[in-house]
Design a protein around this ligand. Sequence first.
Ligand SMILES: NC(=O)c1ccc[n+]([C@@H]2O[C@H](COP(=O)([O-])OP(=O)(O)OC[C@H]3O[C@@H](n4cnc5c(N)ncnc54)[C@H](O)[C@@H]3O)[C@@H](O)[C@H]2O)c1
Length: 314
Amino acid sequence: MILITGGAGFIGSNLAEKLICEGEEIVIFDNFSSGRREFIQDFIRDVELFEGDLLEKSALEKLFSSAKIDFVYHVAANPDVRIGVNDPGLHLEQNVIATYNLLEAMRRHGVRDIAFTSTSTVYGEAKVMPTPEDYGPLLPISTYGASKLAAEALIAAYTHTFDMKAWIFRFANVVGKRSTHGVIFDFIKKLEKNPQELEILGDGRQEKSYLMITDCIEGMLFAVKNARDAVNIFNLGSKDTINVTGIADIVVSEMGLFDVTYKYTGGSRGWKGDVVRMMLSIDSLMQMGWEPRYNSAASIRAATRYLLDASNTF
Ligand SMILES: NC(=O)c1ccc[n+]([C@@H]2O[C@H](COP(=O)([O-])OP(=O)(O)OC[C@H]3O[C@@H](n4cnc5c(N)ncnc54)[C@H](O)[C@@H]3O)[C@@H](O)[C@H]2O)c1
């Protein structure tokens, strides 16, 4: 049985849906802090659902004692980069301590395989672009990035010490079906309130790589099937980038608006901890035979259309 922590969230629910289609038995562990029941309602009959918090060791003990788990996708986290400015302890708890609790439960119950959803923010402001997996030193500029790097380190250490196997995925910005946060979501909400003017954080020139959720899930499953080292680290992104003003243009046109004035808040970053340029080298996975279907702009357009569909407003 496959455990997905955070399986009721954006990426976790898409992963669960795909694995069910492949005939896998799934158990979802989620505290519904940002996950939604609507995201899993279509396939709830096909999964086992455990409502619980990774910070509660007793809940994890109950989960691992009752379900016969042999593979873990650890997707649960607090993914909000901006929140670290006001509450740095949150990422430590939700991303590092939570990962430690999970690893301990896995160790106690002899579960050896873990796939982990990490992030491009572990690279900080990388000087090499596209950034390869072996880039260093890794100097994150947000507590979120720091917490994910710490979780990667814990996973690597457990892998060596307790004969486990790990797949670590450093995602670009993932967009698409069921996304509940991020730049597209923010722009739609702002434009719904005021269709004449759009506030854009920073100078609009922040330029990043965006990955369609379907490509993200396929990339992860491909790597898990094909990479067999003790610790397998892969970047997962698209082959290009788009800047924030370019995203605004797509959202505005998909909403059928025109003559929208962009009001930039100024400065090169959107917020403290915002990485201004991000593009990941995805050569490692491509050399193994994986290829993203969407580029950044097409991902943004498809995700915008999905979010604008009235039936998908969560
Ligand atoms: N969305 C992106 O662009 C992106 C980019 C890089 C990395 N990631 C990583 O991918 C993963 C999924 O992100 P997402 O965008 O789907 O976020 P999300 O907020 O939609 O999903 C997180 C899920 O984890 C659950 N959760 C959070 N804390 C928990 C806890 N203590 N115990 C149990 N469940 C808990 C939430 O309820 C939610 O269902 C995260 O690890 C995130 O850091 C996401």
